[in-house]
Design a protein around this ligand. Structure first.
Ligand code: THU
Length: 140
């Protein structure tokens, strides 16, 4: 069996979180005032950022995680792969990636890759994609 991807080091998570907070500061969130940032660590080492971009027609809003995925593909092309994602918000809320974002991230992450997000008691939750999205949709 292949070895599971090891949990990212604390310093690595700190770096991703600071980057995600920077992205969240750029959020366009005049409707919810909920500012979210996502930092993707690619398997090649680069960090790619995304933030939420809302719309007056609420359903058109794009979440930070999906905005980061779009930036990743734009900058690094269709073969880009994610080894860790850190999601944060400036509202001090416990908040994990929404279901739509989990499904989109899954297209570019292995099941054992990491998703880090703020937990219910101010702690950082560090979960594998497989824990957040068991039975994700796959074509064939
Ligand atoms: N949001 C994200 O950016 N990521 C998520 O995973 C869930 C929600 C954004 C969308 C919207 O702009 C705001 O948070 C409130 O729902």
């Amino acid at each position: 069996m292949d070895r599971l991807q090891p949990e990212p080091a604390e310093a690595e998570i700190d770096t991703l979180q600071i980057a995600a907070e920077g992205a969240a500061a750029n959020a366009y969130a005049p409707h919810s005032m909920f500012r979210v940032g996502a930092a993707l660590r690619l398997t090649t080492g680069e960090i790619v950022l995304g933030t939420n971009v809302e719309n007056a027609s609420y359903g058109l809003t794009i979440c930070a995680e999906r905005s980061a995925v779009c930036a990743m593909i734009t900058q690094y092309g269709p073969k880009a792969r994610i080894e860790a994602v850190c999601v944060t918000n400036l509202n001090k809320a416990a908040s994990s990636p929404c279901g739509a974002c989990r499904q989109v991230l899954a297209e570019f992450m292995d099941a054992d890759a990491w998703i880090i997000f703020p937990g219910a008691h101010g702690q950082r939750e560090i979960k594998r994609l497989s824990e957040l999205l068991p039975f994700g949709f796959q074509l064939a």
